[in-house]
Design a protein around this ligand. Structure first.
Ligand code: NAD
Length: 306
């Protein structure tokens, strides 16, 4: 069990995640930090009121001071602007990179043993900024994006094929954005997708997966998805807290894996108590390799432009 989990950014995703952590009793203390101090305070009070129903004996604190990340075991960064309709995740790069930098300087100074999960978009670039600002080992800086993309593909497959969602093994990784890689490695309990679905239909579901976040943004008109992202982050937190050694997908700094170096991008990983304990390299087709390599090139260009 974690002693202290800090969530920086008590907005849609941060507050939903905090609720899931309370419900699942994953730590002794949750610290919510938001520049809007009253938002963090109100959210903490509201969450406290859910403790009784869940029998959750954890404490909740709120702050507007980033220094209160001090002594956290785990820090989740959701601080920053979400997309508006018509915006790409990359449109957020300038404003959110300065926020993530500020947060990570405090993590480096005051929570030097923490594991950091980044949610703020554009995810892969913010993960890179978190890694370089904290100077932490790549094991301890995890970007949450591909686990959500995989969950979205699993959902669409399960609905289309009328197969239990737990039987779907989705493999969606690469950039968390329109260049994501929906890999043909995805299976239904080990059986290839071609046994269940025609190529044309599978391609349609892949496109819907890529567009899912933007579809939610355009329907909401203000803000972006929160329940899916919070659940996918919880999956990572549980894998760390319970040392599950779980195979999932997360943005990690690559140091030669998949022929890439010097970028953070979503890859299959094993997550346990120490964070990203292993990066799994799967065989990609020529086309899939190109999707991943091209995405990494764009990410590197964006990083260099900062
Ligand atoms: P939101 O606007 O509801 O919440 C963001 C919060 O961050 C706000 O309450 C704001 O006051 C706070 N904030 C801003 N600057 C801060 C700072 N310097 N210190 C502390 N808090 C600060 O937005 P949201 O819907 O919760 O989304 C948050 C981020 O997560 C966005 O960048 C969004 O694009 C991203 N997101 C990522 C994924 C993913 O899969 N990685 C999914 C959904 C959302």
């Amino acid at each position: 069990m974690f002693n202290k989990i800090t969530i920086v950014g008590a907005g849609n995703v941060g507050s939903t995640l905090a609720f899931l952590i309370v419900a699942n009793k994953l730590c002794k203390k949750i610290m919510l930090i938001d520049v809007e101090g009253d938002l963090a305070k109100a959210t903490a009070l509201d969450l406290e009121d859910s403790r009784f129903s869940f029998g959750a004996n954890l404490s909740l604190e709120a702050s507007s001071n980033l220094g209160d990340v001090a002594s956290s075991d785990l820090v989740v960064i959701t601080a920053g602007r979400p997309r508006s309709p018509g915006m790409s995740r990359e449109d957020l790069v300038k404003i959110n990179s300065s926020i993530v930098q500020k947060v990570c300087s405090q993590i480096k100074a005051k929570a030097k043993d923490a594991i950091v999960i980044v949610i703020t978009n554009p995810l892969d670039i913010m993960t890179y900024i978190a890694l370089t600002t904290t100077g932490f080992s790549r094991k301890r800086v995890i970007g949450m994006g591909s686990s959500l993309d995989s969950a979205r593909f699993a959902n669409l497959l399960s609905k289309k094929l009328r197969v239990a969602i737990e039987n779907i093994n989705p493999f969606v990784f690469g950039a968390h954005g329109k260049n994501m890689l929906v890999s043909s490695t995805s299976t239904i309990r080990g059986l290839g997708l071609e046994k269940f679905i025609k190529d044309r239909e599978a391609a349609r579901l892949k496109s819907q997966t890529i567009a899912r976040g933007a579809r939610i943004v355009s329907l909401l008109k203000k803000g972006s998805a929160r329940f899916g992202p919070a659940a996918s982050c919880l999956e990572i937190i549980e894998a760390i807290g319970l040392d599950k050694k779980k195979l999932t997908f997360a943005a990690s700094y690559l140091n030669g894996e998949y022929g890439l170096k010097g970028v953070c991008v979503g890859v299959p990983v094993i997550i346990g108590a120490r964070g990203i304990e292993r990066i799994i390299e799967i065989t990609l087709s020529k086309r899939e390799k190109k999707v991943l390599t091209d995405a990494a090139k764009i990410l590197r260009k964006n990083i260099n432009s900062l």
